[in-house]
Design a protein around this ligand. Structure first.
Ligand code: UT7
Length: 312
């Protein structure tokens, strides 16, 4: 086998939808500000007793059911998350236990909002190296637990959810080479620090970095895969802000690509946003099977990672 590919996806969102109007009851904000500055209309917030691992397992269970594989076929579980506060066991072990996966390599990975693309790359590399055969790659976040609900600049943005992919060996590589990196000089721009942390960000710093640095990097991720941006069937960037996503998609030069704007109904779910958005597009059959899709994550660190994948 010379590569790996995504064969199935699944996602989970908590039942409770919170509208912008609901947030105006406790915060000095407005539906108009949130929609025009960020693009969010509504977001899902988990129940108090619902954990990152619960959401990760629910998404993974769906992806596994869609793949036709069974729990005993999986030998690697990786979970991208920056909001799980438990140090041990990691979320991957909790997921493996919940799904009855007998003996997988199980690790969490934290590169904040770019986490899913990093985790997907490590699973692809493990399969190519012969260190794993079938992987579950998950992005899951409960950002509501680390949100300061009195801070309007973050409380209107962040939300909860999970998405998962099943990755298997493939003669034709279905996961392109990853373009990954970071800008550590801006590592203070997004922080989740201390024992009872809250997520804080220098929004303008991240916004400007995203606007100026990311278009070139997204094109580079396509070049690494030997795919022209004009050939992309879909573009699924991290769902941070519609005012980042739409110009980025225009600069990419893929006018016919479906561009995910899941932020409108899901908010910013950090490492969960890409697999959540991709899973929804696939479920709605908005991308033809086998067609090239650019995934591109960016955020805290500041980190970024992107790769072209074949749509399952
Ligand atoms: O996913 C992790 C990576 N993070 C990102 O990619 C975030 C990138 N940054 C952004 O998306 C945007 O910078 C934000 C959405 C976070 C903020 O939007 P902005 O247009 O950059 O707003 P701002 O922070 O410059 O604030 C503009 C004004 C301020 O008021 P004054 O000082 O001009 O009077 C804020 O106090 O908007 C005010 N403001 C709000 N007003 C109503 C901030 N939050 C709110 C709010 N409702 N929720």
């Amino acid at each position: 086998m010379t590569g790996s590919r995504i064969v199935a996806l699944g996602h989970y969102q908590p039942a409770r939808a919170v509208s912008n109007d609901e947030l105006t009851q406790t915060l000095d904000t407005s539906d108009e500000w949130i929609q025009s500055r960020v693009g969010i209309r509504s977001r899902r917030i988990a129940a108090a007793d619902e954990t990152v691992a619960d959401m990760a397992a629910a998404a993974a269970e769906k992806a596994l059911a869609n793949s036709g594989l069974t729990a005993s076929d999986i030998d690697l579980v990786t979970v991208a998350t920056c909001s799980s506060m438990d140090r041990c066991p990691n979320v991957a072990a909790r997921v493996a236990s919940a799904l009855g996966i007998p003996a997988p390599a199980a690790y969490d990975l934290n590169t904040a909002c770019s986490g899913f693309s990093y985790a997907l790359a490590t699973a692809d590399h493990a399969i190519q190296a012969g260190a794993a055969r079938n992987a579950l790659v998950i992005g899951a976040e409960k950002l509501s637990d680390i949100t300061d609900w009195t801070d309007r600049s973050t409380a209107v943005i962040f939300a909860d959810g999970a998405g998962a992919a099943v990755v298997t060996p493939s003669e034709e590589p279905g996961i392109g080479p990853v373009l990954w990196g970071s800008d550590p000089a801006k590592s203070d721009a997004v922080v989740i620090e201390g024992w009872q942390p809250h997520i804080e960000q220098a929004g303008q710093t991240v916004f400007r970095w995203a606007a100026f640095a990311l278009p070139k990097l997204a094109v580079e991720a396509c070049e690494k895969a030997g795919v022209k941006p004009s050939e992309l069937a879909a573009f699924v960037p991290h769902q941070a802000n519609l005012r980042i996503i739409e110009p980025l998609a225009r600069k990419l030069g893929s006018p016919d690509a479906v561009v995910s704007k899941d932020i409108v109904e899901s908010g910013n779910t950090s490492a969960a946003s890409i697999p959540l958005a991709l899973s929804k597009l696939v479920e709605r059959r908005e991308i033809p099977s086998g067609a090239p899709v650019l995934l591109f994550g960016f955020g805290g660190g500041l980190t970024y990672a992107g790769q072209v994948v074949c749509c399952p």
